[in-house]
Design a protein around this ligand. Structure first.
Ligand code: 3PG
Ligand code: MG
Length: 401
């Protein structure tokens, strides 16, 4: 069965009807302050279109990884406030997921109004491995919104087989939201027949997280640039000492094999910014990547590496970037990420930024968002798509409910 879209739903008419929307509102917080509201802004168009069409819009979402029980630290309260500001009308937050408060808030919703349910991961059934438990939560969600349609718009979470992403789409008539469709369309360009040269820039802390995507992409790309914490395991695989930099010893052999398979395609940093501690006020020195001394840790790629990466990026016609080049949250270690991001923005290539962290880096470092063809809201989801894995939250939309 073909995937039904938000447009299909809108042409059926939604005035006066409940629509349950799954959004990804998992934003970075500093206490109760949202430090990057990109995901809230990205969720807005679908919610707005439904509200404008007169639907009673009930949004369900998660924040962080609470342990299946209410935890104030992971409350969606700041998100409800921000969503209300952006929509220009207050968004009531139900204080629970499917309990009395959720019933009260959804029951009193007016046509065209938007409400948010509390963090769906406060309910242990959301992430349960037991299909029956997840289905029970999905039914409880559906019971809040009699006669509803379900719009799946949380692209960042479609790789999760969870009750509010997957199971609910089997209980209610399900439609793909505008954000999910836009993200899929962009990623399809990367896996189809990308314009060459095709360069992929990977960073972030762990090789183990990126192993599958490296394996999947190596045969397809012309250049794979590796920075971030994960580059040190590759440097160790080349036989270099990495001091106290991040190192996954159990991945060294795998990195050796990848380096051999990659031939000249895989580019590693030639210099790094090393620090004597993991702190913004640490003593730092820029050293050759092959000469990191004991007691020093690499926390960013160095200027020569940034220039070499920028040159490879400048040659590319298609670029995918996931993961920062260093600890960009601390000013002394932000230049690698800034330089690479700027090179991508300047390249004129078709460029996709994937991942919560890299997307946040673009905005926190003040780079022009319109310098990139697409800034994805999905980290894990976009990587799994590029790995060629099926995304459960997307696959289920074609099943038909
Ligand atoms: C994300 O931030 O990657 C998404 O919101 C999914 O969250 P999760 O990794 O905790 O499932
Ligand atoms: Mg994640």
């Amino acid at each position: 069965m073909a995937l039904k879209s938000l447009d299909d739903l809108l042409s059926e008419g939604v005035s006066g009807r409940y629509v349950l929307v799954r959004s990804d509102l998992n934003v970075p917080l500093d206490g109760a302050t949202i430090t990057d509201d990109g995901r809230v802004r990205a969720a807005l168009p679908t919610i707005e279109r439904l509200a404008d069409a007169g639907a009673k819009v009930v949004v369900t979402a998660h924040l962080g990884r609470p342990k299946g029980t209410p935890d104030e630290k992971y409350s969606l309260r700041p998100v409800a406030a921000r969503l209300g500001e952006l929509l220009g009308s207050e968004v009531p937050l139900a204080g629970d997921v499917v309990g009395e408060q959720a019933k009260a808030v959804t029951g009193s919703l007016a046509d065209g109004q938007v409400a948010l349910l509390e963090n769906v991961r406060f309910d242990p059934r959301e992430t349960s491995k037991d299909e029956g438990e997840r289905a029970a939560l999905a039914r409880d969600l559906a019971a809040l919104v009699p006669g509803a349609a379900f719009v799946s718009d949380g692209f960042g979470v479609v790789h999760r087989k969870q009750a509010s992403v997957y199971d609910v789409a089997r209980v209610l008539p399900a439609y793909a939201g505008g954000l999910v469709l836009a993200e899929l369309e962009v990623l399809a360009k990367l896996t189809g027949d990308p314009q060459r040269p095709y360069a992929v820039v990977l960073g972030g802390s762990k090789v183990s997280d990126k192993l599958a995507v490296i394996e999947a992409l190596l045969p397809k790309v012309d250049r794979l640039l590796v920075g971030g914490g994960m580059c040190f395991t590759f440097l160790a695989a080349q036989g270099h000492g990495v001091g106290s930099s991040l190192l996954e010893t159990d991945m060294v052999d795998t990195c050796k094999r990848l380096l051999a398979e990659a031939g000249g395609k895989l580019l590693l940093p030639v210099d790094v910014v090393a620090a004597d501690s993991f702190a913004a006020d640490a003593a730092t020195r820029t050293v050759a990547a092959t000469e990191i001394e004991d007691g020093w840790m690499g926390l960013d790629i160095g200027p020569e590496s940034t220039a070499a990466f920028a040159a490879a990026i400048g040659n590319a016609e298609t670029i995918f970037w996931n993961g920062p080049m260093g600890v960009f949250e601390m000013a002394p270690f932000a230049e690698g990420t800034r330089g690479v991001a700027q090179a991508i923005a300047d390249s004129g290539a078709f460029s996709v930024v994937g991942g919560g962290d890299s997307a946040a880096a673009v905005r926190l470092l003040g780079l022009p968002e319109d310098g990139f063809s697409h800034i994805s809201t999905g980290g894990g989801a976009s990587l799994e798509y590029l790995e060629g894995k099926e995304l459960p939250g997307v696959a289920v939309l074609s099943e038909g409910a």
